[in-house]
Design a binder for this molecule. Structure first.
Ligand code: ADP
Ligand code: TYD
Length: 199
C-alpha cells in the first residue's frame, strides 16, 4: 500500500451501532497488514475525562453547551494526537457526531461546521447504519457514558441526519450494521483497504 502523509478514517453511527467493536477489528487488521511500516492510532471521542464529567453535569438539554464542549474536547484531543505524528488515525466518532447529535437537538448545522472548520476533515467515514430499536436492544446492558433518556429518544433523528450527511458527501460510506459482525467487518475492510490502496 502506498500511503499519503496522514489519513483520518472515522467511524460514525448512533449509540450501539457497533463502532467500538468494528473500529477495533479494522485497526487490528491494519496493524497486521501495514503496521510495521506505518504509525496507526485507534482513538475515540469524547476523549477528555474532565470534559466528559462536565457534559454529565450539564445533561442533554443544553445543545449549545454540548456542541461547545464536544468541540473543545476535539481541539484538546487533536492537539495531543498530532504530537504523536500518526500516519493513520482511526477515530471512533469525530466531527460528524457533533453535527448529527447536536443539530438533532435544534442547533444550526452551519454553526457547528464553523466551530469545527479548522480541524482536518476525515478522509473516509464508515457510517454504521441500523434501526435505533436494534441498537438500543444491543446496548441495554451496557453502561453508557451519558445515559440520558432525552438522548435515546432522539436517536431516530440522529440516524436521519447521518443519512442526510452521507447523501451529500461521497467520503461517507454507509455500511448496513444490522448484519453480523463478520459481515460488517468484511464489507468495512474492503472499503478501507481499497481506499488506502487508492493512494
Ligand atoms: P458503539 O460503540 O457504536 O456504541 P459497540 O461496538 O459498543 O457499539 O456495540 C454495542 C454492543 O453490540 C456490544 O455489546 C457489541 O458486542 C454488540 N454488537 C456490535 N456489533 C454487533 C452486531 N453486528 N451484531 C450483534 N451485536 C453487535
Ligand atoms: P460514545 O461513548 O462514543 O457512545 P457510544 O459508544 O454509545 O456510541 O459517545 C457518547 C455519547 O456522546 C453518544 O451518545 C454520542 C454523543 N456525542 C455527541 O452528542 N456529540 C459529539 O460530538 C460526540 C463526540 C458524541
Amino acid at each position: 500500500m502506498c500511503i499519503r502523509d496522514r489519513f483520518i478514517i472515522s467511524f460514525e453511527g448512533i449509540d450501539g451501532s457497533g463502532k467500538t467493536t468494528i473500529s477495533k477489528i479494522i485497526y487490528e487488521k491494519l496493524l497486521i497488514e501495514i503496521g510495521s511500516n506505518k504509525k496507526i492510532i485507534l482513538t475515540s471521542e469524547p476523549f477528555s475525562q474532565e470534559i466528559i464529567k462536565l457534559i454529565e453535569e450539564i445533561g442533554w438539554k443544553d445543545p449549545i453547551s454540548l456542541a461547545l464542549l464536544f468541540t473543545a474536547d476535539r481541539a484538546y484531543h487533536l492537539n495531543l494526537l498530532f504530537k504523536q505524528n500518526p500516519e493513520i488515525i482511526i477515530m471512533d466518532r469525530y466531527i460528524d457526531s457533533t453535527i448529527a447529535y447536536q443539530s438533532s437537538l435544534g442547533i444550526d448545522e452551519n454553526w457547528i461546521r464553523n466551530l469545527n472548520k479548522y480541524f482536518p476533515e476525515p478522509d473516509l467515514t464508515i457510517l454504521l447504519d441500523l434501526k435505533p430499536e436494534t441498537a438500543i436492544a444491543r446496548i441495554k446492558n451496557k453502561v453508557d457514558k451519558f445515559n440520558f433518556d432525552e438522548k435515546i429518544s432522539t436517536l431516530s433523528k440522529v440516524r436521519e441526519k447521518y443519512l442526510e450527511l452521507a447523501k451529500r458527501n461521497n467520503k461517507i460510506r454507509i455500511v448496513n450494521a444490522e448484519k453480523s459482525i463478520d459481515e460488517i467487518v468484511e464489507e468495512t475492510w474492503s472499503i478501507v483497504y481499497s481506499f488506502l490502496n487508492h493512494f
